[in-house]
Design a protein around this ligand. Sequence first.
Ligand code: PMP
Length: 470
Amino acid sequence: FTKEELLEKDRNYVWHHISPHNDEPLIVVSGEGCWVTDIDGKRYFDGMSGLWCVNVGHGREEIAAAAYEQMKTIAYSPLIQSHVPAIQLAEKISSWLEGDYRIFFSNSGSDANEVAFKIARQYYHQKGEGTRHKFISRHRAYHGNSMGALSATGQSQRKLKYEPLVDGFEHVPPPYCYRCPFGKSYSSCNIECAQIYDSIINWEGAESVAGVILEPVITGGGMIVPPPEYLQIVREICDKYGILLIVDEVICGFGRSGEKFGHHNYGVTPDIVTMAKGLTSAYSPLSATAVRAELYESFRGKDGISHFRHVNTFGGNQVSCAVALANLEILERESLVERSAYLGQQLSYRLNLLLDHPNVGDIRFFGSACGIEMVEDQITKEPASADKVLQVVQACKQQGLLIGKNGDTVAGFVNILTLCPPLITSDEEVDFIAAALIGAFDALLEGKEVQQSGHKPIADDQQPQASQAN
Ligand code: PMP
């Protein structure tokens, strides 16, 4: 088919997850390392690792081989029985978590969060505290698309026509120092954004609250990085009222934050950890809900069997588990967790230059994930117009760099550029990312078009190997 024919068929048959940006969708045909190639043969640096997930890069033969070998051996048997890849992977995840956890497998981040909500509610029922059914989440948070996960989400998709949402999901303001919802400044603020959990729990009645769910940093809602004390304070408040802390590591986990899991940066132990994307680097759908061992034990009856009933046909299938094991092996062998921290530092050295640009208000990093908050004016902090943000995204694309954008979708501002490069990004590629972004912002200032870079800044035979973190 020609590209035009494919685009026509795409329009006629494919319902996109969210409508593509207001130009035609890329038809991606292949990927290698940090780069994807479209149907015209143009190469783009995958600056969002797909959708925050392809951490080990594209085209990893070891992962393809692991999937192939597993498919030949046995592709599927349900986790009502057991199998070796699931046993090995559950042990591996528990060791990455640095705690004693039991692992429940499913297929997506939304699934993993639904499982967490069900476990939390059933846990309290078993304890005779069945009134505890509410969850506290945050405005700007994203926790998935299924009804429970959507109800936990604090973005505009809640406002579409899905009502009634699941009862019992309350939201608190985000820990957003750049635009403090309490009008305060760090550190004279008494970390109000964390203390508010105490007030809301009292307001709702502690006996009605089962859990708090949060990401270590709000990624998809605009890279909102909390003050360093935040998570510790929330943990203490949860302990004070006997409430479970559920940490959503769907994006932050598996090295993105510069630690194995995002919460490791803050020294807290969650009761439940949910994970997906980076677990397989998107080579196969798989997610997991890790539950502290004592919690799990309370689900076992006198017969020793867990009394949690939640069958998920494909969850934890052999192939996905084998893929995850191969992916984690790469992360360990190539020290990609450490490299993530290094990439964040390297990118921040270069991108902090942009703080002089009149349309840049703030730049925030969490490991190698970055958010650049665009404003109309650095003093008033008025969010940049959709048009300006789009100009930068498009100028990056023209130079061969794919980035994302996000923001306060409830207020209608999508003014934060997001960048989440594969963890194998080389030093030369860091330079490329920085040059493309700076070029895009320069073009915005000068009201010019960027020069097309030919989408192939590095010759094939000179593709750099991922260099070591130190
Ligand atoms: N939690 C977070 C933090 C996410 O970013 C996402 C997906 N972007 C999800 C949950 C839901 O994951 P999935 O799309 O796999 O259902």
